[in-house]
Design a protein around this ligand. Structure first.
Ligand code: GLC
Ligand code: CA
Length: 559
């Protein structure tokens, strides 16, 4: 495998709106990120991915871009962004921007020009089709709810939007459009960004070979995934995109890709793949509060383990997936994966480590390192995101009572991860001097960075140690390039694996049970690298792991 600069990435995702406000308008900003660079460096981070900071009407909080070349004034200026890139670089941190090229905002000048004149070349930058008998061209449901088509005023034409109607899909079949996008991407790369996280990239190609399909809900619509996700022919776009942009700059690119088939992974992230890595979501659908697992959380753990290891089989031979448990589209991991009664320091720290040392690029999400939690609401009106409201309406339409829908939303909504970062126990958790754009979780009085910063027994200190182990010079190579071998597969609720390379063996064991487990163990221990308890109980030929204990050790015997 050819070595690349980004192979030893420790990534951290920033949702800028909620990271740190510096001018008192209640919205996090680029200055706020600059201010926290020392913090990120201290934690051990060397790559940050910032969610979209371009000009946007914020219908989807920045994922609806109205100007790719301009920083939104709520976040700061282009000069400040360049300052951030350079200051970060000096601290050994690369900046990844979010690349959103499946769609623009309906306020983008291309779309405006298209709407002004459906004969103009800009109309072909988007996907516009004739309605059928007064109805949209077909009955696709948008990923965020409602029809995926919006009628264009005074015509029988509709434009496609797989997300909100403020996010018209771009027509990647148009060569001129593709070239314009590549030029834009290269301008950012010229400015020194390390690469991109690439949004919704599996939707670039659409298949229009059908009209209506049988409805799958009371709205008469259908989630036509097979017609707009990983559709055959997408390879041409992805390859061209890489060849004309990322490859030229040796950048780190991470595609947001749902459901890539295992046999396609080589084309995506193999040595000559379209991207450096991908965020794969095979493991994020697990939620311990779903009826399926509520009474049997260990069954969930075992399924999750099998999913993780089946992807590692591929990673062993071919490439790097991203090892993450949280992002801005998911509720907080602690609330998703740990039964409420079992939430404590041990379960929280163990969860942080559960996939951290697998082969791949580890990625944290802001606030994860201090154990930020979901913030359920009394009323749906306290939420901000359009998709939350669409989901609310859809559940109601399916006949679920308003009370139950609120409960469901309170468990499922992605907005939990978007509450402002809790820096201190002071005013507004130290996030802003003004009034925050989104309510701060009242638990900031207990859960905040300041309280954990210099306490060696805190979750934050655990995360720091966890990252430091991953970066140790004598272990780094094995963590990056070593194979992953599952271990203790017959022990229920245990996620354990060895990382092996040459003569080095590192064993990682996570006990996801809320009780102790005894595991057969006849190895010599060279060094205990990480432990969320003070010690490890070893017997003659076994070890006993305490509830939610995680242990990482280098074994003394060579393979
Ligand atoms: C991606 C983003 C999500 C956004 C959507 C539409 O899934 O992660 O936040 O709403 O794309 O751009
Ligand atoms: Ca601000």
């Amino acid at each position: 495998m050819n070595k690349k600069w980004w192979h030893n990435t420790i990534g951290y995702q920033i949702y800028p709106k909620s990271f740190q406000d510096t001018n008192g308008d209640g919205i996090g900003d680029i200055r706020g990120i600059i201010q926290k660079l020392d913090y990120l460096q201290d934690l051990g981070i060397n790559v940050i991915w910032i969610c979209p900071i371009y000009q946007s009407p914020m219908v989807d909080h920045g994922y609806d871009i109205s100007d790719y070349e301009l920083v939104d004034s709520s976040f700061g200026t282009n000069d400040e962004l360049e300052e951030l890139i350079h200051k970060a670089e000096k601290k050994g941190i690369k900046v990844l921007l979010d690349l959103v090229v499946n769609h623009t905002s309906d306020q983008h000048k291309w779309f405006q020009k298209a709407m002004d004149n459906l004969e103009s070349k800009y109309a072909d930058y988007y996907i516009i089709k004739e309605g059928v008998n007064g109805e949209p061209p077909n009955n696709w449901r948008s990923i965020f709810g409602g029809s995926a088509w919006e009628k264009i005023r005074n015509t029988n034409q509709y434009y496609l939007h797989l997300f909100t109607k403020g996010q018209p899909d771009l027509n990647w079949e148009n060569k001129e459009l593709r070239e314009v996008l590549y030029e834009m991407i290269n301008r950012w790369l010229e400015k020194g960004v390390g690469g991109f996280r690439i949004d919704a990239i599996s939707h670039l190609k659409k298949d229009f070979s059908y009209n209506n399909l049988p409805a799958d809900g009371p709205d008469g619509l259908v989630s036509g995934w097979d017609y707009f996700r990983n559709v055959e022919g997408i390879e041409m776009f992805l390859n061209e995109l890489k060849e004309k942009t990322f490859k030229v700059y040796d950048s780190l690119t991470i595609g947001e890709i749902d459901d890539v088939r295992s046999d396609d992974l080589e084309r995506y992230i193999g040595e000559e793949g379209y991207f450096s890595s991908i965020f794969d979501f095979c493991h994020t659908r697990y939620r311990v509060r779903d009826t399926k697992w509520r009474s049997n959380p260990i069954k969930m753990v075992n399924e999750l383990r099998d999913k993780l290891f089946s992807k590692q089989e591929f990673a062993n031979e071919h490439g790097f997936l991203c090892n993450f448990i949280e992002n801005h589209d998911l509720p907080r991991a602690i609330d998703r994966l740990i039964p409420q009664k079992d939430i404590n320091y041990y379960s929280k720290s163990m969860l942080g480590a559960v996939n951290f040392y697998l082969k791949g690029i580890p990625f944290l999400y802001q606030g994860q390192e201090i154990g930020m939690r979901d913030y359920p609401k009394e009323s749906v009106k306290e939420y901000k995101d359009l998709t939350t409201y669409n989901q609310y309406k859809e559940h109601l339409a399916r006949g679920i009572s308003a009370e139950d829908v609120l409960q469901k939303i309170n468990i499922e909504t992605r907005e939990h991860s978007r509450t402002p970062v809790q820096w201190t126990d002071g005013k507004n958790a130290g996030f802003t001097e003004g009034s925050p754009w989104f309510d701060i979780n009242p638990n900031y009085v207990e859960i905040n960075y300041k309280r954990q910063q210099s306490n060696p027994g805190s979750l934050f200190s655990f995360y720091k140690r966890m990252i430091a182990v991953r970066k140790r010079v004598n272990l780094m190579d094995t963590f990056i390039y070593g194979k992953t071998l599952p271990r203790y597969l017959h022990n229920s609720g245990v996620i354990a694996y060895e990382r092996i390379q040459k003569n080095q063996r590192i064993l990682v064991i996570n006990n996801c049970n809320n009780g102790p487990v005894v595991l057969e163990f006849k190895e010599g221990i060279k060094e205990i690298l990480l432990n969320n308890y003070n010690d490890l109980v070893t017997g003659h030929s076994d070890i006993k792991l305490m509830p939610f204990q995680v242990i990482v050790m280098e074994l003394s015997k060579s393979v």
